[in-house]
Design a protein around this ligand. Structure first.
Ligand SMILES: CCCCCCCC/C=C\CCCCCCCC(=O)SCCNC(=O)CCNC(=O)[C@H](O)C(C)(C)COP(=O)(O)OP(=O)(O)OC[C@H]1O[C@@H](n2cnc3c(N)ncnc32)[C@H](O)[C@@H]1OP(=O)(O)O
Ligand SMILES: Cc1cc2nc3c(=O)[nH]c(=O)nc-3n(C[C@H](O)[C@H](O)[C@H](O)COP(=O)(O)OP(=O)(O)OC[C@H]3O[C@@H](n4cnc5c(N)ncnc54)[C@H](O)[C@@H]3O)c2cc1C
Length: 654
């Protein structure tokens, strides 16, 4: 490829990176169009340009140098400033555009309206009836009110049926009485609930005439709309610092005999009439729709976090020189080491694979939403299984990839100048929130077991589990040669996933036949079942990647994506580092592959990942700006350590 086609080339850059960019075999803009979709890729460029021109949207200082209070304030300041410009910059109805703007301006550490957009609004859209939407949704979209989603409690997050918060219907007054009867029933974790929100959708166990009817969603006003003071019968606060996400005020909430009108229960699906008559929803799990919404969006978000980490470490690996391959020559760029390539490239392939899987899960969510609006509940179970699996596998593997990317930067990767610590902390939170990963794997496991049962009954399941009905073509992987083409890889992959799923199903059957209860038998098989779920999901990601590559029209882009696909399939299949052959093919394009993610320096917040590659001089600048360098001798040193040493010296002279 002629160098002028590489959009990332600029005057004055570190020559080490320019040399890399000249080797590109494709146009990074065209690959960005595939990674994001051409519309979003174009919009991201326009958004980045718009932000450049508005200084009040820039960071006032690097986030790692801020205290927690400063971070919370900075995020609030930016949200407020953005509110003045946002409609000029993005189409608010486009989630991914808005999310990109937020990530570029505010960053990944959290902000006061994350949950408002991620869950409060989607919960209203999915669960409020038309009249309730008119009352709350329009105000929420205009940001007259800020809300969150308060489900998890101090004692229960996973097992929703055991939530202890109660909503007891009082027929006389046509009100619900909300209570947190125990310490463990305190709501705990909801994002932005501590200080920022004035409303919450509270998930509570509904009780009518002493009958427990399971978790339902209720609109609760937390704070006065004018003074922002906490409402009566409510106790609320921040839960303290976390591993990451410290710009966010995750909160606790105690409800003490709080009375709310009957119409504050979200009633699109389940309903409570004035006389206390309860009407069941058409599908029991419709109340979980906001969770499925976030799970389907988490995949692209985690692909992006992985991309952040890998573009930092790939660029840095091309400017870092250390050691020799040929002792007679200069020290080499650390990217030249085979171990460095094996450490990074399979994760680059995964970042692309995850982004494509994420686009697909969002598309499936939209299809399910439309079909639900038309009264069809059939797609809910498929989507739940797909998003449960993807959420668990992608957050876990992205976390592993980010950690490898950090290690690939050596010592400087451990400095917050690299920003790796925050990217990792935010990434791994996804393993826990929206359903603990191993628990979500079991949800997919249930779906797979059902599919096996239907195959055994002679039926042919369709969609993502269709392969379970195919006869096994091969018994081992020994004769699987990568050169046979991708279809062969996929067949081998299907074989392994199918065999594991049947093995788990048979084991479950064996335990059930031995007289164990269904639950006990299930628990005895969960390790095998989770393995099956993991393989099934990784198969889905690989197939989706394969099909996606077949659609690419630009030949140069298609070729490099095929190189990545090849690497991905081999790596996933053999689950060890790829063959040297693949690594050699990826090597010349390494920097351009990460340039294609078009992550701006502002968005990266990483000294190591700078687009221009001028790392060392900027690391020195970074160090000079540390608060600890503002005094030559720290006051705390004067207070404690200096007297200690002086004292020790005095003692030794005696
Ligand atoms: C600009 C906006 C765009 C958005 C962008 C977002 C990007 C994201 C980025 C950053 C912002 C986010 C920041 C952080 C946010 C964090 C928020 C939170 O964490 S909120 C709390 C989450 N809490 C959980 O997820 C609890 C996990 N627990 C559960 O979901 C359930 O309790 C579960 C599934 C473990 C068990 O539920 P059971 O006990 O009610 O049900 P069982 O008995 O196991 O199953 C009965 C049947 O129901 C199905 N089922 C369960 N859940 C379903 C569902 N959701 N849909 C359909 N079916 C479901 C099952 O598969 C099963 O089906 P069969 O009987 O086998 O056919
Ligand atoms: C950053 C962050 C943001 C959050 N934001 C929100 C929010 O906005 N709103 C909200 O309501 N909540 C929020 N949460 C809470 C989050 O959704 C829960 O923490 C999560 O669902 C996990 O539940 P848990 O904490 O009860 O974990 P536990 O269920 O206590 O998990 C502990 C261990 O037990 C295992 N385990 C539990 N049940 C089973 C089972 N049935 N079978 C096998 N193993 C099991 C798990 O695998 C895990 O290893 C947030 C959490 C975090 C970290």
């Amino acid at each position: 490829m002629s160098a002028h086609l590489n959009a990332a080339l600029r005057e004055g850059d570190n020559p080490e990176l320019t040399e890399e960019r000249r080797k590109a075999t494709f146009d990074t803009r065209k690959l960005a169009d595939e990674f994001f979709g051409s519309h979003l890729a174009r919009r991201r460029r326009e958004i980045a340009k718009a932000i450049d021109a508005i200084p009040e949207l820039h960071d006032t200082k690097p986030l790692p140098f801020m205290t927690r209070e400063e971070k919370v304030e900075e995020a609030a300041r930016k949200v407020f400033t953005l509110s003045k410009h946002i409609t000029d910059i993005v189409d608010l109805s486009n989630n991914r555009e808005t999310q990109s703007l937020n990530e570029m301006v505010i960053g990944i550490e959290g902000m006061p309206i994350s949950l408002h957009f991620a869950m409060f609004i989607p919960a209203l859209q999915g669960q409020a009836d038309d009249e309730q939407k008119r009352e709350w949704l329009d105000r929420a979209i205009r940001m007259e009110i800020i809300g969150t989603y308060a489900q998890t409690e101090l004692g229960h997050g996973t097992n929703l049926r055991m939530l202890e918060t109660t909503a007891t219907y009082d027929k006389q007054n046509k009100e619900f009485i909300l209570n947190s009867p125990t310490l463990t029933s305190l709501k705990w974790w909801p994002g932005n609930m501590g200080k920022s929100c004035n409303y919450a959708i509270v998930v509570a166990n509904l009780i009518i005439d002493d009958k427990l009817l399971g978790p339902h969603s209720f609109m609760v006003q937390l704070r006065d709309e004018n003074s922002h003071e906490t409402m009566p019968n409510i106790q609320i606060g921040d839960i303290g610092p976390k591993m990451a996400y410290n710009s966010s005020d995750n909160g606790f909430l105690k409800l003490s005999n709080l009375r709310i009108p009957r119409r504050n229960m979200l009633m699109k699906h389940a309903k409570v009439q004035e006389d206390g008559t309860y009407k069941k929803p058409p599908h029991e799990k419709l109340a979980y729709s906001a969770m499925v919404h976030v799970r389907s969006h988490m995949i692209t978000q985690h692909a992006m976090l992985l991309a952040y980490a890998l573009s930092i470490s790939t660029r840095y690996s091309c400017i870092r020189r250390q050691g020799y391959i040929d002792p007679k020559k200069d020290e080499v760029k650390v990217i030249e080491y085979q171990t460095q390539q094996h450490r990074l490239f399979p994760h680059i392939a995964r970042a692309y694979a995850f982004a494509f899987a994420g686009t697909e899960s969002i598309r499936k969510f939209e299809i399910m939403k439309r079909s639900l609006e038309a009264g069809n509940i059939e797609l809910i179970a498929d989507l739940h299984a797909l998003t449960s699996g993807l959420k668990a596998v992608v957050t876990y593997l992205a976390g592993q990839g980010i950690e490898q990317a950090r290690q690939a930067c050596g010592g400087h990767g451990y400095s917050m100048a690299s920003y790796m610590g925050e990217i990792y902390g935010v990434g791994i939170a996804g393993c826990t929130y929206e359903g603990e990963n191993l628990v979500m794997m079991q949800q997919l496991g249930r779906y797979l077991i059902k599919a096996v049962k239907s195959v055994k009954e002679g039926k042919k399941p369709t969609g993502y589990v269709a392969y379970l009905a195919h006869a096994g073509q091969r018994h081992s992987l020994i004769d699987c040669r990568p050169n046979e083409g991708y279809a062969e890889h996929i067949r081998a992959f299907e074989h392994i996933a199918r065999r594991q799923t049947f093995r788990a199903a048979e084991r479950l059957q064996k335990y059930e036949n031995s007289g164990l209860s269904t639950e006990q038998a299930w628990n005895n098989c969960t390790v095998e079942l989770n393995r099956a779920s993991r393989l099934h999901t990784r198969l889905f990601i690989a197939c989706n990647f394969y099909e996606r590559v077949l659609d690419v029209e630009d030949m140069a882009v298609r070729e490099v994506l095929e190189d990545l696909l090849h690497l991905h399939l081999n790596y996933e299949l053999i689950d060890i580092a790829s063959y040297a052959l693949e690594a050699k093919k990826i090597r010349p394009n390494a920097v351009s592959l990460v340039d294609s993610w078009e992550i701006t320096d502002r968005e990266h917040r990483s000294v190591l990942g700078r687009r221009d590659g001028h790392v060392y001089e900027n690391l020195f600048k970074w160090a000079k700006s540390s608060d600890l360098n503002q005094n030559d001798v720290l006051p705390s040193h004067k207070k404690h350590l200096l007297p200690m040493m002086l004292n020790a010296r005095k003692q030794s002279k005696l």
